[in-house]
Ligand binder design. Structure first.
Ligand code: KIV
Ligand code: ZN
Length: 514
């Protein structure tokens, strides 16, 4: 594809840059579920991870590469031999694989971070691209911190890496510093000045530190870039990356001025957003464009009246176009195991064994006893909750009892199994959740700091399940624990226990940019 085509390649990096959000780390199975949803969404490229970061990351990239057929699967690698070889190994089984290698090109990064002369940076970049091309045909090269790099130097390195075999050249705004006009100009200049620019697709990758990631990406495609790197819900390092749903819907809704299109099945956007939110425990703010709960809600009488008379008076796209109607009431108390399994498969969850199906099905039955109507979102949360407790289980909640009464201090009594042995603990607190967390700390002595506690109602109604996220930090490591239950105190205790189990698992991984 040449950059003159009006089709923009959507490169999703939720599983790599998105995972670099503090506390957003995901297990292999969670990543695979998201990758399957991204394939349904028809993203062109899935950046599945950074293969050399840890054995777990390698396995995730490999599993996704072995499973996904319709999207290209990509692994990040620094411009280092070992990184490139590891990425190549993880992608060996891919139907269509890509190695994405990068090195920093800004004066500040070259001097202080890499401690390399510009010539050495060019040399390393060319060597990395050649090595990657020996393993795979599809190689992307990124100039880290491009938005603070010198134009002449960028032209020089880009020409050489294209000659070495890079097919995609990515110009990241790594620190979210660019503004649209300037960034669009940079892209236009690069395309005009690099002599072999027509042999590669120019790509952009924008961070949202100034809230401009989407605007910058659109300015870049307007200037000739034909790949946009983005994430579901705008997840990503610091303030996040450009949000996939906003880019795709802006291109589609304003095709009249932008004249560009994507291959995305937009009806899969909301299910993808929900899945990523439920797996990472990062709630979507209600006023978030496209995927926020209020994105299509018309509160004022004048707006409601207008929409009823003629929808386009206040709506520029339909809720159905982005998949808002998919949260169907699907199952109830009388639904059988087959109906449950079929719906779960439609939602992207396959059970690896009968035992796993049976456990999830008995949780579904427990939920159906408490809640008459079960929606898709309930099922997604139920599976996340079941998998959270299956991950690594040093601690498991056996029972919980709280007393909370006007004028009295709440007390929580819990029975928790620790490595299979039951322990009882009791504590008081300023509220029942505080009491439950104090009791758990008495038992675990984790010494972790609670950074975030959030409760989300999964569906409407007072019988809704509460989905709780507990973010704990210990010695610089951040984990997000998840729990779901119709009783929010139980959901909270489960989320705290999940976070403790993750801290106990002590999974360490390398960060690509450190
Ligand atoms: O932000 C960035 O520069 C990156 C690169 C590794 C592409 O994530
Ligand atoms: Zn990035």
């Amino acid at each position: 594809m040449s950059r003159n085509d009006d089709r923009v390649i959507i490169f999703d990096t939720t599983l790599r840059d998105g995972e670099q959000s503090p506390g957003a780390s995901m297990t292999r199975d969670e990543k695979l579920r998201i990758a399957k949803q991204l394939e349904k969404l028809r993203v062109d490229v899935i950046e599945a991870g950074f293969a050399i970061a840890s054995p777990g990351d390698f396995e995730s990239v490999k599993t996704i590469a072995d499973t996904i057929k319709d999207s290209t699967v990509c692994s990040l690698s620094r411009a280092l031999d070992a990184d490139i070889d590891r990425a190549g190994e993880a992608l060996r089984g891919a139907n269509s694989g890509r190695i994405h290698t990068f090195i920093a090109t800004s004066p500040i990064h070259m001097q202080y971070k890499l401690q390399m002369e510009p010539d050495q940076v060019v040399e390393n970049a060319v060597r990395a691209v050649k090595r990657a091309r020996n393993l795979i045909d599809d190689v992307e090269f990124s100039l880290e911190d491009a938005s603070r790099s010198e134009l002449d130097f960028m032209c020089r390195i880009i020409e050489q890496v294209i000659d070495a075999g890079a097919r995609t050249i990515n110009i990241p705004d790594t620190v979210g510093y660019a503004v649209p006009q300037e960034y669009g100009n940079t892209i236009a200049q690069l395309i005009a000045r690099v002599p072999n620019a027509d042999k590669a697709i120019f790509s952009v990758h924008c961070h949202n530190d100034l809230g401009l990631a989407v605007a910058n990406s659109l300015a870049a495609v307007n200037a000739g870039a034909r790949q946009v790197e983005c994430t579901i819900n705008g997840l990503g390092e610091r303030a996040g990356n450009a949000s996939l749903e906003e880019i795709v819907m802006a291109l589609r809704t304003r095709e009249d001025v932008l004249g560009l299109s994507t291959g995305i099945d937009t009806t899969q956007i909301v299910p993808a957003s929900r899945l990523v939110s439920s797996v990472t425990g990062f709630p979507v703010q209600p006023n978030k464009a496209i995927v926020g709960a209020n994105a299509f809600a018309h509160e004022s009488g004048i707006h409601q009246d207008g929409v009823l008379k003629h929808r386009e008076t206040y709506e520029i796209m339909t809720a159905e176009d982005v998949g808002w109607n998919t949260n169907r009431m699907v199952l109830g108390k009388l639904s059988g195991r087959n109906a449950f399994r079929t719906r779960m498969e439609e939602l992207g969850t396959t059970f690896v064994s009968d035992a796993e199906l049976n456990t999830a099905f008995s949780r579904f039955k427990e939920l159906a006893d408490k809640k008459s109507e079960i929606f898709d979102d309930d099922l997604v949360a139920l599976v996340s909750d079941a998998r959270a407790s299956a991950d690594h289980e040093k601690y498991r909640l056996s029972s919980l009892n709280v007393t909370s009464q006007t004028g009295e201090t709440p007390v929580a009594s819990l029975v928790v199994s620790v490595d299979g042995e039951e322990h009882s603990v009791e504590a008081s607190g300023s509220g029942p959740v505080d009491a439950a967390f104090k009791a758990l700390e008495q038992l675990a002595h984790s010494g972790a700091n609670l950074q975030l506690y959030s409760v989300n109602a999964i569906t409407s109604g007072t019988d809704s399940q509460g989905e709780v996220t507990v973010r704990l930090e210990k010695a610089g490591r951040i984990v997000n624990g998840l729990g779901a239950d119709t009783d929010i105190i139980i959901a909270s205790a489960k989320a705290y226990i999940h976070a403790l189990n993750m801290l106990d698992a002590n999974i360490q991984k390398a960060h690509p940019q450190v």
